[in-house]
Ligand binder design. Structure first.
Ligand code: NAP
Length: 316
């Protein structure tokens, strides 16, 4: 192995709760982490309004505030933050190579924490009312819809889980799906269909979210008849899937058929020394707190890897 003396011990790619927690733990483990935050740093929390379920915050904290606190904590401990996008990686050479607009960085270990983006309906009104009645996360926001009428858009597992979860708070949940058949697995589908509070609007798509300052309903179009209707609602949960941010890793680590990084033994990718944390592999839990926990686990695994590399590699 050559070039160890110029390689970073640890490069973290991503700056949501997974990446920033890995950075905090990485400083304490003396790995002197370098974090490529991305130009649009912070991940999904930057688009979240009040967070009420992150332990340690008895009063609600705004998503961007939570991120800036995590970042400040990592910086205080010595993490180096660079607001660059990683444009390519080479995990076939060692030390690994990470390319940004500023050049190539070599690293003995890498944590991939680039997250995932919820798919959008691509409506201007959806973005305008995001956080004002439009949400991508029932677990985060259902609480604000106690006794209210809400809709869930989508027909997959996430949509069924969100619809069922929402019935704990909302008075009614209307699932709006573009076909007349659900994509969701039998168990989640049956559970949702048996729930008295959930009704289904088939063959329909949302063409506009209505409201001025907060959601008051949606315009829906029947895709078979072309007929348009308006539904009165207090909230709209868009649950039409997620796209993991893995394009730059294609061909470098194994991805699953949906494009998430394939993980074994908790945080290991298919390449020894490249670890994975947060929504970039975890399509199941997708919470800030689970991503943060993942960042901690990935760091502990990366620390062991680096220690072993440094012990077993003779000085050049
Ligand atoms: P998904 O399986 O890709 O389903 C997305 C749903 O949204 C589909 O019903 C799709 O309609 C609809 N959709 C997509 N784009 C749309 C658009 N532009 N407008 C309207 N509707 C649109 O995504 P997911 O439900 O998030 O699940 C992702 C993965 O995670 C899956 O593998 C799933 O099994 C897994 N997951 C598992 C669990 C669990 O096991 N507890 C929970 C959540 C997720 P079509 O059906 O017409 O394509």
């Amino acid at each position: 192995m050559k070039g160890n003396e110029t390689a970073e011990k640890l490069v973290i790619i991503g700056s949501g709760p997974a990446g920033l927690t890995a950075a905090i733990y990485g400083c304490r483990a003396d790995l002197n982490p370098l974090v490529f935050m991305g130009t649009k740093y912070g991940g999904q929390l930057m688009l979240t309004s009040e967070v009420e379920n992150f332990p340690g915050f008895p009063d609600p904290v705004l998503g961007p505030d939570l991120i800036s606190r995590m970042k400040a904590q990592a910086e205080r401990l010595g993490a180096r933050m660079v607001q660059d996008d990683v444009v390519a990686v080479n995990f076939k050479s060692y030390p690994f190579e990470i390319q940004t607009a500023s050049g190539i960085t070599k690293a003995l270990s890498v944590i991939i924490a680039t997250g995932a983006n919820p798919r959008r309906l691509d409506l201007q009104s959806e973005m305008r009312l995001m956080g004002k009645g439009v949400s991508n996360c029932a677990v985060c926001d259902a609480f604000f819809f106690r006794g209210k009428k809400v809709a869930v858009v989508g027909g997959g597992d996430t949509a069924m889980e969100e619809a069922t979860f929402l019935t704990k708070f909302a008075s009614s949940v209307q699932v709006i799906h573009r076909r007349n058949e659900l994509r969701a697995s039998a168990a989640l589908k049956n559970e949702a269909m048996a729930n008295q509070k959930i009704s289904f609007l088939w063959d329909s798509s949302v063409t506009e979210v209505l409201g001025d300052g907060k959601v008051r309903g949606v315009k829906v179009k029947n895709l078979k008849t072309g007929k348009e209707d308006e539904l009165e609602l207090d909230g709209v949960f868009v649950a039409i899937g997620y796209d993991p941010n893995t394009e730059i890793f294609r061909g470098q680590v194994d991805l699953d058929p949906k494009g998430y990084v394939a993980v074994r033994n908790g945080t290991e990718s298919s390449v020894p020394g490249v670890f994975v944390a947060g929504d970039v592999h975890d399509f199941r839990y997708r919470q800030a707190i689970t991503a943060a926990a993942d960042g901690c686990k990935a760091l502990i695994d990366a620390e062991k890897f680096v220690k072993q590399k440094l012990e077993t590699t003779p000085a050049n």
